[in-house]
Ligand binder design. Structure first.
Ligand SMILES: C[S@@+](CC[C@H](N)C(=O)[O-])C[C@H]1O[C@@H](n2cnc3c(N)ncnc32)[C@H](O)[C@@H]1O
Length: 284
């Protein structure tokens, strides 16, 4: 099998394990509390990984964020470029995006409710897909659309261990089997090479945790909050919350270490942010 087919097979194996253990996906998996967790103040002190992205964007640019969620990247980018367009199929993410933009007084950012594979006519100078490729089985078409939409540059941002795998240890404790492997850069790069794309790859020094886990170092301060942290995120189906709550309390001392900063999660792997980027050369 080639790299593109391998990639698709991994994503399909993840989806089929989820269906088997958790039933059919909810209509808006990324809506509600999950969307709130992906929201971040557009005027916050920006992380190093954002600065690395922002260096690739010019003040005159139109910035397209494919699967941009609640605007964690596209809203602060809107403050530094001409226009930002977020294309995402989650209505819940869209609501958080609109609220966050309104509260920050950002008027040059818009939300298009659509799967990236279905959207038509969206073009920008720079096109970003951050923490989205993990979920895409038709990776070839997804990448081809990123490339087609980008007048100057495509950027793919990933965690070195795919975001949805960060809670693999909890998944194992609750579901009693290994979580199927969600692909990150080790599978994406060969797929890109197979498409004739030879990108630059940067590993950024500091990792940040998402998927239900607060950005370090905002550690939970009470045991109850710590349990909530463990139970948040898309790894757990809502109907299994009670079971998971029992498991987390039973294993609490293994899962958390308490120190003066609060309760520190022990199950999270070390990750680095990865930026994969190339120029599309549609313009000079
Ligand atoms: C882990 S979140 C990341 C959100 C945002 N990029 C960020 O880093 O904060 C994944 C997002 O990808 C979106 N998504 C999943 N599949 C997609 C697709 N085929 N096209 C566009 N967005 C997609 C989801 O709706 C969700 O908002």
């Amino acid at each position: 099998m080639g790299a593109i087919a391998d990639y698709g097979a991994l994503v399909e194996a993840v989806d089929s394990q989820k269906r088997r253990l958790q039933g059919p996906p909810q209509p808006d998996l990324w809506g509600g509390d999950i969307a709130k967790r992906f929201r971040a103040d557009p005027k916050r002190q920006m992380e190093d990984s954002f600065e690395a992205l922002a260096e690739l964007v010019r003040p005159d640019d139109v910035f397209v964020d494919a699967g941009g969620g609640a605007g964690r990247f596209s809203l602060p980018m809107a403050l530094r470029c001409r226009q930002a367009i977020n294309v995402d199929p989650s209505a819940g993410m869209g609501q958080e995006f609109e609220k966050s933009a309104a509260e920050a007084g950002i008027e040059n950012a818009s939300f298009v409710l659509s799967d990236w594979l279905d959207v038509d006519g969206v073009q920008g100078d720079v096109v970003l897909a951050a923490h989205v490729t993990y979920f895409v089985s038709d990776i070839q078409r997804f990448i081809a659309k990123l490339k087609g939409a980008a007048r100057r540059r495509v950027i793919i941002n990933l965690s070195s261990i795919a975001g949805p795998m960060l809670n693999a240890k909890l998944f194992m404790m609750v579901y009693g089997e290994e979580q199927a492997l969600v692909p990150s850069y080790t599978h994406l790069l060969p797929a890109l090479w197979e498409m004739g794309i030879l990108p630059d790859v940067r590993f950024l020094p500091r990792g940040t945790f998402y998927d239900g886990v607060p950005k370090l170092p905002e550690f939970p301060q009470t045991k109850e909050d710590a349990v909530e942290v463990a139970l948040a995120g898309v790894w757990l189906a809502s109907q299994h919350r009670e079971r998971a709550d029992t498991v987390v309390r039973e294993k609490f001392d293994e899962l958390f270490q308490q120190d003066s900063d609060g309760f520190i999660p022990q199950w999270l792997p070390e990750v680095r942010q990865v930026l994969i980027t190339w120029e599309t050369g549609h313009t000079g």
